[in-house]
Design a protein around this ligand. Structure first.
Ligand SMILES: CC(C)(COP(=O)(O)OP(=O)(O)OC[C@H]1O[C@@H](n2cnc3c(N)ncnc32)[C@H](O)[C@@H]1OP(=O)(O)O)[C@@H](O)C(=O)NCCC(=O)NCCS
Length: 209
């Protein structure tokens, strides 16, 4: 049985989480796919990737949609045919979708040492001062997830994680923060929520209404 969670992030945003425990065949036979999606699945090399893709279609069904209601723009950002917004992420054993009335970006990241090693490349490392080694890894992963999530909201080529997206400092216990997206002398503020699922970090970035 999949572990499915449906969580209201606020009055207008729903998070759906799938723990992938099924075989490829079980997932494949439980969803109806458009031709273009079928071709994508067939071209994926890793079964893990295929299962992530198929489990997202199961989450769509839980949210009252099907694969036929979803399309991608030229950058790969997913959209729903009604006027609601969607964001998708999958990582190893989990997949998530977020459906909202506002433009959102969702990211799911597994905790892995490499994310902390690479921290100077994408974040202000002063935000890791005075933390235990374990919390440094968790916070760096949250911040990486924040940058991916903001990227998914904006969907603009050329956004640099280090030079354009600035996280305001936060404590891990806050489970929320704000970020500034600074591009071409203009500043846009986005709200962030984050949480933890086993050894994964979930992040959602919200464009202001
Ligand atoms: C596109 C990107 C955000 C995907 O993130 P990821 O962690 O690799 O994978 P995730 O599982 O979290 O997300 C994948 C989903 O993101 C969505 N997505 C892809 N491109 C997107 C875009 N331009 N905007 C919004 N969402 C997008 C898709 O739904 C995709 O899943 P699907 O195709 O199966 O439906 C990421 O690969 C990327 O390009 N990031 C920016 C890279 C960058 O600037 N790095 C700088 C390093 S300093």
């Amino acid at each position: 049985m999949p572990i499915l969670k449906s969580i209201a992030l606020n009055d207008y945003t729903q998070l759906l989480v799938w723990k992938i425990t099924e075989t490829f065949d079980e997932l494949f036979s439980s969803v109806a796919l458009k031709d273009v999606s079928l071709a994508r699945v067939e071209n994926m090399k890793a079964e893990g990737h295929q299962k992530g893709f198929l489990s997202v279609r199961r989450l769509l069904m839980e949210a009252g949609y099907t694969d036929f209601d979803l399309y991608y723009d030229e950058f790969g950002k997913p959209h729903l045919k009604d006027d609601r917004h969607i964001s998708i992420s999958h990582s190893h054993d989990y997949s998530v979708i977020v459906v909202s009335d506002v433009n959102i970006g969702a990211d799911l990241e597994i905790l892995k040492d490499k994310t902390l090693k690479l921290a100077p490349r994408y974040m202000d490392i002063s935000h890791l001062e005075n933390l235990s080694q374990e919390d440094k890894l968790i916070k760096a992963t949250v911040i990486w997830g924040i940058k991916e999530a903001v990227f998914k909201v904006k969907n603009v080529i050329g956004i640099s994680f280090k030079d354009h997206i600035f996280e305001n400092d936060f404590d891990l216990s806050d489970k929320n923060c704000t970020v500034e997206l600074r591009v071409d002398n203009s500043v846009e503020y986005l709200d962030i929520l984050f949480d933890f699922i086993e050894n994964y970090v979930f992040v959602c970035a919200f464009e202001k209404k």
